[in-house]
Structures are given as structure tokens and as C-alpha cells.
Design a protein around this ligand. Structure first.
Ligand SMILES: Cc1cc2nc3c(=O)[nH]c(=O)nc-3n(C[C@H](O)[C@H](O)[C@H](O)COP(=O)(O)O)c2cc1C
Ligand SMILES: [Fe+2]
Ligand SMILES: [Fe+2]
Length: 396
């Protein structure tokens, strides 16, 4: 069976889709699955761009054989050694023993680490600006270190003006037979969740690559996950410029809360009501219920964040502490943060929450921490209403 898709006269998608995967990278829920993209260029020479995860070996190997249709494979370009794209390299070199592996210098060492010296194919190490002629096409190699692994590189095909962007410009979600964003709309929420969680920590490195890409005329972006971008190049580049600079897409308000018995939750709802009354857009997440990846994505999207949590054995409630650790490890910056704490005898979590952001860049706290003693009545409710005023001033 042939599950390949022609993208141009010379370029064919030969990847796979996984709808059964529950946790991408062992951590991120993927309710719409994930695609592992691999592409074959059929020129005077043949080129395979990356491979797929081991879960998609069956369909991938059949796709490659179908497309090459008896031709030999001249080159395998390895943009990224993370096993979701490299696990099936061993099959490629066994199947096509004359293949040359084209990769960055750091990739060679990783090939040995992952495959214990079993990859004996000749490697062609390339560096920034190197080119490879395949006949009609010329491939230009662009190094992209730490987007999001050290060995990452991208390839620009100057003939058809295509950027092979490795993990950048990707998204969660299977393709389901589509291949470009002309055929199927990109789910921006999933594209954002993918970028912010997987690559978001490396804003400066992403910015550096965007700077290099700005000088290229690009008609198409072929990422390693998700749809090939044609329509959405400009829109997605604008998003990437914002995300990599930790600039919000809009002022909006994110309320993330944890609550054991519902009182802190009530306070969060009370605040949300006040904010909507003032015309603000609010999204709320119970951090014990919603996977952190969704909250991280929203934290990148908006400027204003409210963290409401309970004191728990003299500390911050577990799921909120986990979320804050993740926000910090994703280098979250340029945000306004309001803190609401609850404690029935010695509320301390507000102070602890603020201390966590000590080393984060450009974090402004909105007003003072609002303290709730068990349930928010009287004075605490007044303080929450005041906090709503202060947030509205920032978010209007
Ligand atoms: C297991 C547990 C440990 C707690 N530890 C503290 C604490 O160390 N100090 C404190 O002031 N409150 C503590 N609390 C009370 C909570 O901070 C909070 O006031 C209470 O759970 C009511 O808020 P909620 O309805 O949002 O859960 C604890 C609650 C639980 C369930
Ligand atoms: Fe990756
Ligand atoms: Fe990947």
C-alpha cells in the first residue's frame, strides 16, 4: 500500500502518523496524535530527509521503497538525532548500503552513541553555508544549534525555495492523509503547545535561526511534525518571532489555580467574574486537572498571569509548584503576575511563589499577594475586587 504524498514534482512525503501514542516524549499528551515527517527528493541523486519514530517503521519502510521504486538512495540528510526522527536510520543504511549520511559534526558522535557503532555508512559532515548539488536542486545547510538539541541543522533547497526546518515550525496532530496547510488548517492551539513546550525554552536560539531564514525566499516549510506550511508561512513566522522573544500574542489573562477543597477555586472564579465584567478575556485552568503543557502554552500567549494556590504542609501545593517549576524552566519572562494564596493557619505559599521567580527576567507582580484564610469572604473578597482593578489596568 502506498501512503505517500507528492508535494512538488520532485518531493514526496514518506512519513508516518501515530494516533495511538498517549504521551509524546513520555510527557506531553497528544489527543490528536503526532506525525513523523520524512521526505524524499528525487533528482539526479536521491535524498531522504530524516526518518521516523520506531512506531512508524512499517509504513515508513514501505513508503521509502515505493517512492524509490528500485532506485538507489544516494543521501540521507539527518537534521536531528532525537529518536522520533532517527530511530529508523539503521534500517535505511542496511537497505541502501551505498547511502551517504549528510549531517552536522555533532550528529556523527550521536549516531555512534545511539547505534553503538552499527552505522557504518560514509558520513558527509557539513557546516553553515555548505551546499550539496543533487542535479537540478542545490541544498544549503543552515546550522540551528539548540533548537532544541545541539546537533540540529536545517536545509534550504534554493531550487524550489523550500526550508526543511527540523523540529521548528512543527505541530502536534496527525496529518490524516493531508500534507500541506492548503489542504487542512493548522490547529494553532496545538502548534503553540508544541512550540512552547518542546522548543520554547530556547528563545534566543530560535531567534538566531529566524534571523538567518529572514534572508531566504521561502515558498514552503517542511517540518518534522505536522503540516507542510505554504499558506501559513508568514503567520507562523510572526508567531515564532513573538514566542521566541517571549512577547505575548495578546494582553488577556490566564488564571491558573490549585485547590484541595474548592475555596481557592471559588476565589479564582470570583476574580474571573470581576475581570469579565471589566471586558477582559480570561482563561482558567485547574493545574491539578489540566496537563501543564496547555497552561504553559497559554502563559506564552498572554501577558497577565494569576497564580492562586493553597499552602500545603508549609509549602506550595504540589501541582502548582510543578507548574511554576515548568514556567521557570521554559524561561518564561516579560509577564505580569498576580498571586493569591490560601492557608488555614499559616499561609506562606504566596511568599514562596514569588521567591521562585526571583531569577526570572522582567516579571512584574501585580499588587500585593491576596491572602485567603480558608475561604474568601469579607476582606479577602474586597482584596480580590481590588486585584481585578489592578489587573484590568494592565490588561486593558
Ligand atoms: C494536606 C494539607 C496540608 C495543608 N497544609 C497547610 C499549611 O501548612 N499551612 C496552612 O496555612 N494551611 C495548610 N492547609 C490548608 C490549605 O492551605 C487551605 O487553606 C485549605 O485547603 C482550604 O483551601 P481549598 O478549599 O482551596 O483547598 C493544608 C491543607 C491540606 C489539605
Ligand atoms: Fe526533537
Ligand atoms: Fe521531533
Amino acid at each position: 500500500m502506498n501512503c505517500t504524498r507528492k508535494i512538488t514534482d520532485d518531493l514526496i512525503w514518506v512519513g508516518g502518523n501515530d494516533k495511538k501514542l498517549s504521551m509524546f516524549e513520555g510527557y506531553y499528551p497528544v489527543p490528536s496524535g503526532v506525525s513523523y515527517n520524512s521526505y524524499i527528493l528525487k533528482d539526479e541523486k536521491t535524498v531522504l530527509f530524516d526518518t521516523v519514530d520506531k512506531s512508524e517503521f512499517g509504513v515508513f519502510s514501505a513508503n521509502v521503497k515505493n517512492v524509490l521504486d528500485g532506485r538507489k538512495l544516494d543521501y540521507l540528510v539527518v537534521h536531528h538525532m532525537e529518536p522520533d526522527h532517527s530511530a529508523t536510520i539503521e534500517w535505511v543504511v542496511n537497505m541502501y548500503p551505498e547511502v551517504k549520511i549528510v549531517c552536522s559534526q555533532k550528529t556523527t558522535a550521536m549516531l555512534n552513541q545511539f547505534f553503538g557503532g552499527r552505522i557504518t555508512a560514509e558520513t558527509v559532515e557539513v557546516k553553515e553555508g555548505d551546499t550539496l548539488e543533487t542535479g537540478k536542486h542545490t541544498l544549503h545547510f543552515v546550522m540551528a544549534p539548540m533548537v532544541h538539541w545541539p546537533e540540529v541543522m536545517m536545509t534550504y533547497d534554493s531550487c524550489d525555495k523550500i526550508l526543511f526546518s527540523a523540529d521548528a515550525f512543527g505541530s502536534f496532530g496527525t496529518l490524516d492523509g493531508a500534507v500541506t496547510d492548503e489542504e487542512k488548517e493548522t490547529d494553532m492551539d496545538e502548534a503553540r503547545r508544541y512550540y512552547t513546550n518542546i522548543v520554547g525554552k530556547y528563545g534566543p536560539q530560535v531567534k538566531a535561526v529566524l534571523g538567518k531564514a529572514a534572508s531566504l525566499e521561502i515558498n514552503m516549510i517542511c517540518p518534522l511534525h505536522g503540516l507542510v506550511l505554504k499558506n501559513g508561512i508568514e503567520m507562523m513566522t510572526e508567531k515564532y518571532l513573538k514566542w521566541s522573544a517571549y512577547e505575548p500574542e495578546e494582553k488577556g489573562v490566564l488564571i491558573a489555580y490549585s485547590s484541595v477543597y474548592g475555596n481557592t477555586e471559588n476565589a479564582a472564579y470570583f476574580l474571573a467574574c470581576k475581570l469579565f465584567e471589566k471586558g477582559l478575556k480570561v482563561r482558567m485552568f485547574d493545574v491539578s486537572v489540566t496537563h501543564s503543557s496547555y497552561v504553559i502554552a497559554e502563559a506564552f500567549r498572554v501577558k497577565n498571569i494569576v497564580l492562586a494556590t493553597t499552602t500545603y504542609n508549609n509549602g506550595i501545593f504540589v501541582t502548582m509548584e510543578d507548574l511554576i517549576n515548568e514556567l521557570i524552566s521554559h524561561n518564561i519572562q516579560n509577564k505580569n503576575i498576580a498571586v493569591i494564596e490560601n492557608g488555614s493557619w499559616a499561609p506562606v505559599c504566596g511568599k514562596l511563589v514569588k521567591a521562585k521567580f526571583e531569577k526570572s527576567r522582567n516579571i512584574e507582580f501585580i499588587g500585593d499577594t491576596v491572602t485567603i484564610k480558608s475561604a474568601a469572604g469579607g476582606e479577602a473578597a474586597d482584596k480580590l475586587a481590588e486585584l481585578a482593578e489592578l489587573i484590568a489596568e494592565k490588561a486593558q
